[in-house]
Design a protein around this ligand. Structure first.
Ligand code: IVH
Length: 677
């Protein structure tokens, strides 16, 4: 970039960040994620580091204070509420440790690690044992008095009492003295559980109001609320993590124990760790179970578990040196769209794919993101050259969540869907939101069909992935999926990079799948609109491929869960000459179909539909669904009035609420086990 371009980029970034800063810190609402905002700040910081002469006093990187809302009394603190330095990887964590170890040479450091709840920090002051003042963090020193609101949170005791035995080393006399005469200060996090958040948002949408972005903002908005009745309706929670008052504690972990003894909710997963490895494995463990927790967390807080050393380490700016936020890698980031290319899927659908400036999201380098279809590009208002927010969830291909139009360069280009298939050149036609290549012999469609045929829910041929299939296809060994069963070891061995052993493995793998359950065969055919569920429905209803292929539209419509469009698609597929030939070929190459066996008594759940929510203890959801199917029942993904049972495991989701509302019978896992016995 030229100096002028850098300057322009810095100005644009500053404006954009400041807009979101205002949304976030003053209005308690943020249109983009914190991670995305962080990544904009990161880009700004980097540019300013490279060009220090372009730093201005109004840059967000130069900001230190926050603003208090009007309408609340101010609370001045003796001990400011600090914040934490962030580290994002084990390496950065080790650097932090090396840095602080140098300040306390020869001292053995132990740590107390706890979850970093994604909520809203408050301080609670109890005078003579009664809750007197509850305040927000504000700028640390001066917060807002939100006592009336915090009093509505049931997890916050209004009066202190010794509920359980005090931990060792805590002076009971001193505690009682404080309860009688003194002041006691507790700090912690106000938060909203995932479940309550869903409920609140549903309520918002029912009333036609704007939905909230995440539980954190909703919790913050509910606390900084002039009407305590609204706060009360939000069912907030509170977790205590810090005790400011000295009652003889020498370790941070003792503060947790004491707070728990006084009836505060504390982090039950918190753990003492004595080495870097311990801390890192705790961090990894928490990252794994994070989805299952009832509330959002964004990392682990690591505290030096010796209060004297903690004091000795001191404070830099607003952060203590003796603690650190060991954050999980961000799942969102910003990037720039370099280009949009078009892929062709199994059904011929053209999918636009964004080529990105590579970014590291949660430890993975992301170079592409799915744009789904033309409607989505229009909805996003996206042009080539735009800065966008990219999100990665699990292993799936990342998504473009939104565009930051203020950062659009002058030469941004509008994207058009090609008029011809980028693979075979055949004319493209429009089908609803989709643009499709309708050439049945398009090589892209053929290849995708092959990948689908061997995939896990279809023939599940292990070891025969896309790369190998591509190779066989290019060599002319396979022209359609049936040819897979004609492959010979001798052919494969001739190819470069294939040894005897790997050829043998592939052939064995193929052979082991020659016998195929009917529902898998149906799914493998790649019929438009026929997923795994529909394939099961068809298999259960017709019980053989001959009967399905002879079924007319009325027969097909009579199958449970199959409507007009799906029936038509199935009918068309089985009446296509080429498809008929293909099915015949499959049988000729030795594929053996296993038709569903319905043994006596196995129709026990016939006509009954089941929906599962939450986690089951004794089996996975897939196993439970397959059990239901075996017994003639009908597993389904969503609750309706027609649902016979909702089976609720632990941490049930929104389906549970829906079932309650519709009056659908909710049963526990143990009841379900009785039903299928
Ligand atoms: S200790 C010196 N422990 O994270 C600051 N903070 O980034 C003392 N937070 O303002 C904070 N869970 O809102 C601490 N277990 C925990 C926490 C936690 C969430 C929040 C808190 C704090 C921010 C610091």
């Amino acid at each position: 970039m030229t100096k002028r371009e850098v300057k322009e980029r810095i100005e644009a970034l500053k404006k954009e960040i400041d807009k979101y800063r205002y949304q976030y810190h003053v209005l308690n609402k943020l249109d983009i994620s914190e991670a995305a905002l962080d990544s904009l700040k990161h880009e700004l910081k980097k540019l300013e580091d490279q060009h220090p002469d372009l730093i201005t006093p109004d840059s967000p990187t130069q900001r230190v204070a926050g603003e208090a809302l009007k309408g609340f009394k101010k609370v001045h603190r003796k001990n400011p509420m600090l914040s934490l330095e962030d580290v994002f990887s084990p390496e950065e964590f080790k650097d932090w440790l090396l840095r602080i170890q140098k300040l306390v040479p020869g001292k053995r450091l132990n740590f107390y690690c706890e979850l970093k709840i994604d909520g809203f920090a408050v301080s609670l002051i109890y005078k003579k044992g009664f809750l007197e003042t509850g305040a927000t963090r504000g700028d640390g020193k001066i917060g807002e008095d939100v006592t009336q609101n915090l009093r509505t949170i049931e997890a916050i005791p209004l009066k202190l009492a010794i509920e359980n035995e005090l931990p060792e080393g805590i002076n009971e006399k001193k505690v009682k003295e404080i309860f009688d005469k003194g002041e006691f200060e507790v700090r912690g996090e106000v938060f909203m559980t995932k479940k309550v958040f869903e409920k609140v948002n549903k309520e918002q949408s029912k009333r036609g109001l704007q939905m909230y972005a995440n539980p954190r903002n909703t919790a913050a908005g509910s606390v900084r609320q002039l009407n305590p009745k609204i706060t009360a309706s939000r069912e907030l929670s509170f977790l205590a993590y810090d005790l400011v008052t000295d009652v003889g504690q020498i370790k941070h972990s003792q503060e947790h124990e004491l707070l728990a003894a006084l009836g505060f909710k504390t982090d039950e997963l918190a753990k003492e760790c004595s080495s870097v490895e311990d801390v890192v494995s705790f961090w990894q463990h928490v990252q794994k179970i994070r989805e299952k927790l009832p509330y959002h967390i964004d990392g682990v807080v690591v505290n030096v578990n010796d209060n004297r050393l903690f004091e000795q380490l001191g404070v830099v700016g607003k952060t203590p040196r003796g603690a650190v936020a060991f954050k999980f890698p961000a799942e969102q980031s910003t990037s720039v769209i370099k280009d949009i290319i078009v892929g062709v899927g199994r059904t011929g659908t053209l999918t636009p794919i964004a080529i990105l400036d590579p970014v590291n999201i949660g430890g993975v380098i992301v170079k592409r993101a799915s744009l789904h279809n033309m409607d989505e590009i229009e909805r996003l208002g996206l042009k080539i050259g735009d800065t966008v927010i990219v999100e990665r969830a699990g292993d799936v291909i990342p998504d473009v969540v939104s565009v930051l139009p203020k950062l659009r360069p002058h030469n941004a280009k509008v994207f058009h869907m090609p008029k011809n298939c980028p693979i075979c050149g055949h004319a493209v036609s429009r089908d609803g939101v989709a643009y499709k290549c309708v050439n049945k012999n398009c090589p892209a469609i053929k290849r995708e069909g092959l990948y689908h045929f061997v995939s896990r829910s279809a023939f599940n041929i292990v070891g025969l992935g896309p790369k190998i299939l591509d190779r066989f296809y290019e060599e002319g060994f396979i022209k359609d999926a049936a040819d897979i069963f004609k492959l010979k070891e001798e052919d494969i061995v001739q190819l470069e990079r294939f040894g005897e052993k790997s050829a043998e493995n592939i052939i064995n793998s193929i052979r082991s799948r020659k016998k195929v359950p009917l529902e898998r065969l149906i799914y493998s055919l790649g019929i438009l609109h026929v997923g795994s569920e529909t394939a099961h429905d068809l298999a259960r209803h017709f019980k053989s491929i001959e009967k399905i292929s002879k079924a007319n539209l009325d027969d097909l419509r009579a199958v449970p869960n199959i409507g007009e469009i799906v029936a038509k698609s199935i009918h068309e597929w089985f009446n296509d000459v080429n498809n008929k030939k293909f099915l015949e070929k499959l049988l000729n190459v030795g594929v053996e179909i296993e038709n569903p066996k319905i043994s006596a008594g196995s129709e026990k759940l016939k006509g009954k539909s089941f929906v599962f929510t939450g986690e089951l203890e004794s089996m996975s959801r897939e196993e439970a669904e397959s059990k239901v199917r075996q017994l003639g029942g009908d597993p389904s993904g969503s609750v309706s009035k027609k649902t016979r049972y909702v089976v609720a495991g632990s941490n049930p989701g929104s389906k549970y609420e829906k079932a309650k509302k519709l009056g659908v019978k909710i049963i526990e896992e143990k009841d379900f086990l009785k039903l299928i016995k």
